[in-house]
Design a protein around this ligand. Structure first.
Ligand code: GTP
Ligand code: MG
Length: 148
């Protein structure tokens, strides 16, 4: 069962979009297996975004991400990584389709309110980084109504 790491960024928390973002994943049928509000350190965020270390916007990205608490979560379900990215929308909100989270609630690439893992491999790395204590497993009684 595929898992993805989804995070509400500091701007999403400040703008009161945590519930909205959680609601979309819940309503889609994904199962919440971990959830945490944390004010991450720059060092932690540099690990999370290590692949982008050479980019010109990297310092600004780390400052933005460390500017307030984030809400990290793990969602499990069919094709969770790809579907999660589709629900977030394109990186640049101006290019995000209406109906996606960024396409409905954001305008600037540097304030795009949410993060989603881009591959299954990176999802597992990010889950280990943000939830070293592990996730919770339980039975969701709605599952026979979500999957055939
Ligand atoms: P995440 O889900 O946050 O990982 O975004 P992404 O996978 O859609 O994009 P990527 O991993 O390439 O970039 C990570 C984050 O860096 C983006 O979500 C943006 O917030 C920021 N970012 C990416 N490209 C730019 C850019 O050209 N300028 C600025 N200011 N920020 C950028
Ligand atoms: Mg990314």
């Amino acid at each position: 069962n595929e898992r993805t790491y989804i995070m509400v960024k500091p701007d999403g928390v400040q703008r009161g979009l945590v519930g909205e973002i959680i609601a979309r994943f819940e309503k889609r049928g994904f199962k919440l297996i971990a959830l945490k509000l944390v004010h991450a350190t720059p060092e932690h965020l540099e690990k999370h975004y290590a692949d982008l270390a050479g980019k010109g916007f990297f310092a600004g990205l780390i400052k933005y991400m460390a500017s307030g608490p984030v809400v990290g979560m793990v969602w499990q379900g069919l094709d969770a990584v790809k579907t999660g990215r589709a629900m977030l929308g394109a990186t640049n909100p101006l290019a995000s389709a209406v109906g996606t989270i960024r396409g409905d609630y954001a305008l600037a690439v540097g304030r795009n309110i949410c993060h989603g893992s881009d591959t299954v491999e990176n999802a597992e790395k990010e889950i280990a980084l943000w939830f070293p204590e592990g996730v919770t497993q339980y039975t969701n009684v709605a599952e026979p109504w979500i999957y055939e």
